[in-house]
Design a protein around this ligand. Structure first.
Ligand code: ADP
Length: 316
């Protein structure tokens, strides 16, 4: 895939940002001024689970800005708050206090209806378990979110995305006829079809072998470089995180490191230092499947967009 010149790319990013912001501000929810480089922001974000007898603090005053056109990896030990942060940012979970802002809209104060609209229009999701509809072809899966929200399909964009993820010859295949890597590439294409402001990816390579992981990560990275896509990815895998422009490390619900363009070795060093508070016994040294999906089941996910429940789908 040819890379465009940096000026052309900047101009494209600028135009996309402007159209996304105007899409966002045409909605009703409360708006909060945000600088144009910031797509999503957590302000003093706290999340407690349980009641006063047994409170678990999953997020402890997190402040972070996710910048436009950047791929950020969120790492940290199991239970450090990665999924909770991502779910709060995506409007899948409600913070106990603090704010989440996406495209200048205050997500934390939205009604369910507003949240559904936000997730359909501004946010793309990629999950470890692909979440494709087994009875639909690859093409039908990619187009499904747009069809559900009755959006016009931009065929030129569809062709571009399909070519970039290398699925041209597989469009009529059903998920069971595709490899894991191909299924995840379908999920990536689906997440990008609506040109969301931000894609949240939860262990996108957790079920893939290392070759398929490289393909999927390479594609995600090129969507950042080519189209200014903003991606926030939770991962246990330092190799996957080394594709990111920025790596945030969480421990006990707080951001403990914010690394810019770290190498694989630098990321590995953070987690292999036994004295470090970030030390993570789950961190993988090679990409390999984990049982992450079994450990992290968010009750809201099944009825959220991007992740379309079977009963929403009807075939002729
Ligand atoms: P990570 O994604 O880093 O593994 P999580 O965000 O899933 O961490 O969890 C952070 C903390 O919050 C953990 O202690 C976890 O047990 C707790 N937690 C997460 N979800 C819930 C829940 N629905 N109910 C109670 N505790 C939860």
């Amino acid at each position: 895939m040819a890379l465009h010149g940096s000026r052309e790319r900047e101009q494209r990013q600028h135009e996309l940002a402007r159209s996304r912001r105007s899409r966002a501000s045409s909605q009703d929810p409360e708006t909060t001024a945000q600088d144009s480089d910031t797509v999503a922001e957590a302000i003093d974000l706290c999340k407690d689970y349980g009641d006063k007898d047994a409170v678990v603090t999953a997020l402890d005053h997190v402040n972070v800005k996710f910048r436009r056109g950047e791929m950020t990896a969120i790492m940290g030990p199991s239970g450090s708050g990665k999924s909770t942060l991502m779910h709060c940012m995506a409007g899948l979970d409600t913070p106990t206090s603090g704010k989440v802002i996406v495209e200048s809209l205050e997500v934390s104060s939205m009604s369910q209806k507003e949240l559904t609209k936000l997730r359909r229009e501004q946010i793309g999701f990629i999950f470890q378990s692909f979440n494709l509809v087994p009875t639909l072809t690859a093409e039908e899966n990619i187009l499904l979110p747009l069809q559900i929200s009755k959006k016009t399909i931009d065929r030129q964009w569809f062709d571009k995305v399909v070519d970039v993820v290398g699925l041209r010859q597989r469009l009529t295949h059903r998920p069971s006829q595709l490899s894991g890597g191909q299924q995840q590439r379908v999920a990536c294409a689906r997440a990008l079809m609506a040109r969301p402001s931000v894609v949240f990816a939860d262990e996108p390579t957790g079920n893939l072998d290392s070759r398929s992981s490289r393909e999927v990560l390479g594609f995600l990275k090129s969507s950042v470089a080519e189209y200014g896509q903003t991606i926030v990815m939770v991962t246990h895998d330092p190799r996957a995180a080394s594709y990111a422009d920025r790596v945030l490390v969480l421990a006990d619900g707080q951001v403990t490191r914010d690394m810019s363009h770290p190498s694989y070795e630098e990321i590995l060093a953070v987690f292999s230092d036994p004295d470090s508070e970030d030390h993570n016994s789950d961190t993988q040294t090679e990409a390999q499947p984990t049982d992450y999906a079994q450990q992290h089941t968010n009750p809201h996910i099944a009825d959220q967009p991007g992740m379309i429940a079977q009963n929403e789908v009807s075939r002729d």
